[in-house]
Write a protein that binds this ligand. Structure first.
Ligand code: KIV
Ligand code: ZN
Length: 520
């Protein structure tokens, strides 16, 4: 009989650790709502001890998304009381909360990172689990860097924390060092002993992709007894990322007889979730990425096209419809009314927008439709994202007169003297400036830097188009440096010069926010 595999999504924790992918509270709740529609079993919503913002986001997700028995909400804690308290205080609002504790087991972690003995680390782990169990019945323990740990010490840790009450044991390949045969064998050995100690404890794996084997290692673990897998959407996460949820789920589904296992994931929501995460986090999906890449279902060679026309299964192992791709996308225009726009947003997963939120997004839709005539699904994600970003700014009204806003700009591109003039607003003040530069972007950024009077250096500039056609939205993502700190910002507009200016102003406003918080 096929076994059920639990799917634990860590897009909002491990995935959010990707530089520049930070989301605000509204965006995190929106992603969590979409993960709920995808029917994952557990959402790891963040690392609440890391910042007040993260704590508030985990709490909001527990309250708004975790209001059902069929979904667990968790968050990460190191094996210290204050971290465990922060997790408890934020996840306790969910119907089904879980505390997740992590502590290393490899010699590298025990000796070099903590400078302690193995016995000391084991005791710290056991005490952490005992404390967590006084707060909640469900506790997951992660033996960080398990794949590079001495097996007998790893097992002693697992046995001790299970006896202390851990209900899920997670075995991470933290640095993506494992290979499928070896990792499968490790999971087989652990599972064999674990089920003799307590057969109700779930055995989980968490694989990183440093050698491109995260999905293969995860599947090898399932074959060897793992009950639960930790994944992220589009495989995002630390360094080369984590096992991609869509790859693991579709491999189990497509090769069900090979694995004898299934998940509860609603496969039709895979594409919507992938696009939402990619758009909100500003992380493009590699075009040839399995399942969710732009070319994953595109057939270009004549021989393949001919074969497909004769019989789809000649070159297709998954129908795009299975993962929620439609054969046809409905294109909206300025004449599409509220009903059509609401319907299109609903199909993308934005079903619970309040009237006020919808009206704000609809106004932006009309402006965009006027500018670019045809509005695609990709554009709608950007409209919702822009609305949330704007909303977050308004939250901080007491600081609003400290932020810069773009009023107007003029950029002249030529080979001799590229130049830019800029008109900004800060509270009631109107500020104007101009500059020349090595190119139009250099001139534009010099003009903004001069009027803002901040020592900001542009480190990276990246521009891409959000959808197709000559009127596509241009997305600009930049990284700047100020006083040794780096800040990432992005902005989107049909005018790429305006998007470039807005991204730079967003970065400057982030620097201002940080300094305001520091002096508060
Ligand atoms: O990679 C890792 O070891 C982790 C743990 C917190 C599970 O992310
Ligand atoms: Zn990880």
């Amino acid at each position: 009989m096929a076994r059920k595999i639990w799917v634990f999504d860590t897009t909002l924790r491990d995935g959010e650790q990707v530089p520049g992918a930070k989301l605000n509270l509204y965006e995190k709740v929106e992603v969590a709502q979409q993960l709920k529609k995808l029917q994952v079993d557990i959402i790891e919503a963040g690392f609440p001890a890391s910042s007040t913002g993260d704590f508030q986001a985990v709490k909001a997700i527990a309250e708004k998304v975790g209001n059902t028995d069929s979904l667990m909400i968790t968050a990460l804690a190191r094996a210290v009381k204050s971290d465990i308290d922060a997790v408890y205080q934020s996840v306790k609002y969910a119907v089904n909360p879980l505390i997740h504790i992590v502590l290393g087991t490899s010699d590298i972690h025990v000796e070099k990172k903590f400078g302690k003995s193995k016995d000391q680390i084991l005791d710290i782990g056991v005490e952490a689990v005992k404390y967590a169990k006084t707060l909640l019945p469900d506790v997951q323990y992660s033996t960080e860097d398990a794949s590079r740990s001495d097996f007998e010490y790893l097992w002693s840790t697992i046995e001790a924390v299970v006896k202390a009450g851990a209900t899920i044991i997670n075995v991470p390949d933290t640095v993506g060092y494992a290979i499928p045969e070896e990792f499968g064998e490790l999971i087989f050995k652990i599972n064999d002993r674990l089920k003799n100690v307590n057969d109700e404890v779930l055995l989980s794996v968490h694989c990183h992709n440093d050698l491109g084997m995260a999905t293969a290692n995860t599947l090898a673990a399932i074959k060897n007894g793992a009950d639960k897998v930790e994944c992220t959407i589009n495989g995002i996460g630390e360094r080369a990322g984590n096992a991609a949820l869509e790859e693991v789920v579709m491999a189990l589904h497509t090769r069900s007889t090979a694995y004898g296992a299934y998940t509860n994931v609603n496969k039709k929501e895979i594409m919507n979730t992938s696009r939402l995460v990619s758009s909100f986090m500003g992380l493009d999906v590699q075009v040839n990425k399995a399942i969710t890449g732009g070319n994953a279902f595109a057939h270009s060679s004549g021989i393949h096209q001919d074969g497909l026309l004769k019989s789809r299964d000649a070159y297709e192992i998954i129908s795009p419809v299975e993962i929620g791709l439609e054969d046809m996308e409905l294109v909206l225009t300025a004449r599409s009314g509220r009903h059509a726009v609401k319907n299109a947003l609903g199909k993308l997963g934005f079903q619970s927008l309040t009237d006020q939120q919808f009206e704000g997004i609809f106004a932006a839709f009309l402006a965009l439709a006027d500018a670019k005539k045809e509005v695609y699904d990709h554009d709608l994600y950007v409209l919702v994202e822009n609305y949330y970003r704007e909303h977050e700014k308004n939250q901080d009204m007491r600081y609003s007169d400290q932020f810069y806003e773009l009023v107007d700009l003029q950029v002249i591109s030529n080979t001799a003297f590229p130049s830019a003039s800029i008109h900004l607003k800060k509270g009631d003040q109107t500020i104007k400036g101009s500059s020349v530069g090595d190119g139009p972007i250099d001139a534009l950024y010099s003009a903004i830097t001069d009027v803002c009077d901040l020592d900001v250096k542009l480190m990276e500039y990246h521009i891409s188009s959000v959808s197709r056609g000559k009127e596509a939205l241009g997305k600009v993502k930049i990284q700047v440096e100020c006083k040794g700190n780096t800040y990432t910002a992005k902005a989107t507009d049909t005018d790429i010069m305006k998007a470039s200016a807005l991204a730079f102003i967003n970065a400057i406003n982030s620097i201002i926010v940080e300094n305001l918080i520091l002096v508060d």
